[in-house]
Ligand binder design. Structure first.
Ligand SMILES: *Cc1c(COP(=O)(O)O)cnc(C)c1O
Length: 385
């Protein structure tokens, strides 16, 4: 990635930098790949990055939005996503959030329990409206990813158990203000093995056979998100292989006549276009290690502390410096406030600008004010012109 390093020198670090050209190329790839494979509906998972400027670009490309809170529904509407392309998921929604969805005429609630279904019915009735509902089914399919980001196993809190599927559909059919419109799945995040998606496709085929035998037809199948990105080499693989994921499903899923497929990618849409830009405060010589202490910390980007996540780190203001090994750490009072240990990087001096790559997803949005720190700002390419 070509960073406008000179421009960065005039902005207070740390901040997020969003390369909107890469974002637009990524969106273009998604839209084309979705068309080639039969017109899939793609809803961007807002939770990955809800920066208003980023959301507006995604809305303009024609994607829908996948929201997991009332505030996300509001953010999506404000950014220009049409209500009829908004799906509202989440393991438990409060009454106020459900009412917002009903009043805004969103496309669909992805419902995860009978308890919630009954409340959606009551609230829709109180507004004299019909709410579209898809059931999130827990397919008991594992994903080869970090244990904290698998969601489709029977032991996870998400979704309705497969054995209850018919029961909830029958219940919904008997509710006057509920329209059952589909099934929803989401097995985890940062998935790079197509075998995980294959396993989900085969499980869905089984479930559909089961339903069809009982005369139940499903209009929409929502396959969730989960496609991973290349954290190791963001320059070699800036755009994830959406075509491969779509093709994998296309070749295996036995879709019924008129059925629509939906996806909810988050990380894969915005991950690579974002970098956390920080600067070196001190280079400190420890007993055994050299510490590069930067002004960004786990309050700005929590993924390394939370998931042991790897992010490539570059010293972009001293590209010719000789390679030196550092522990790259933040200033927060926590031992887990470490971005990388024993990491080779071009020699850094006080004031150098450091880019922490592939931070567009689950970065800015997960920032906190711990230690009374300021929240990081997000700047797009256009902001810096
Ligand atoms: C988080 C989430 C997504 C997006 O996941 P990514 O791995 O970022 O693509 C999609 N759908 C649901 C229901 C989610 O919870």
């Amino acid at each position: 990635m070509n960073f406008p390093v000179e421009k960065f020198k005039n902005i207070e670090t740390p901040f997020y930098y969003y390369d909107t050209e890469l974002l637009r190329q990524t969106l273009d790839t998604i839209v084309k790949a979705a068309e080639e494979n039969g017109g899939y509906c793609v809803h961007y998972a807002v939770k990955a990055n809800a920066n208003p400027k980023v959301l507006a670009i995604i809305a303009k490309a024609g994607l829908g939005a996948d929201c997991v809170s009332g505030n996300e529904v509001e953010a999506a509407l404000n950014a220009g996503f049409p209500a009829e392309k908004i799906v509202f998921a989440g393991v438990a929604k409060k009454d106020k959030e459900i009412l917002l969805g009903i009043d805004s005429n969103i496309f669909c609630f992805n419902c995860e329990s009978i308890e919630e279904l009954e409340i959606i019915q009551q609230l829709a009735h109180s507004r004299a409206k019909t709410a579209n509902v898809a059931f999130r089914i827990n397919p008991d399919v594992g994903a080869h990813t970090h244990a904290n980001i698998t969601t489709g196993l029977a032991e996870n809190k998400f979704g309705i158990p497969m054995q209850d599927m018919e029961k909830v559909i029958m219940l919904a059919d008997n509710m006057p203000n509920i329209k059952f419109i589909g099934l929803h799945f989401h097995i985890g995040s940062q998935i790079l093995e197509m075998d995980d998606f294959k396993a989900l496709a085969l499980r869905i085929n089984e479930l559909q056979d089961r339903l069809n035998k009982q005369g139940i037809f499903v209009e929409n199948i929502n396959l969730g998100g989960g496609l991973g990105i290349d954290y190791n080499d963001p320059d070699k693989n800036p755009i994830p292989d959406f075509r491969l994921m779509f093709k994998t499903y296309n070749s295996l899923l036995k879709l019924r006549e008129g059925q629509k497929l939906h996806f909810e990618p988050g990380r894969s849409v915005v991950g690579q276009m974002g970098s956390l830009i920080t600067s070196t405060i001190f280079v400190k010589q420890g007993t055994h290690k050299k510490f590069c202490i930067v002004d960004a910390g786990m309050t700005d980007l929590i993924r390394p502390a939370l998931y042991d996540a790897y992010h490539k780190i570059e010293n972009i203001s001293n590209p010719d410096g000789k390679t030196t090994t550092y522990d790259i750490v933040g200033p927060i009072c926590e031992s887990s406030d470490v971005f990388q240990k024993d990491y080779p990087m071009n020699e850094t001096r006080r004031g150098d600008i450091i880019a922490i790559r592939s931070a567009g997803a689950y970065g800015e949005i997960m920032a906190s004010r711990y230690n009374c720190r300021n929240l990081p700002k997000g700047y797009t390419t256009e902001d810096l012109i």
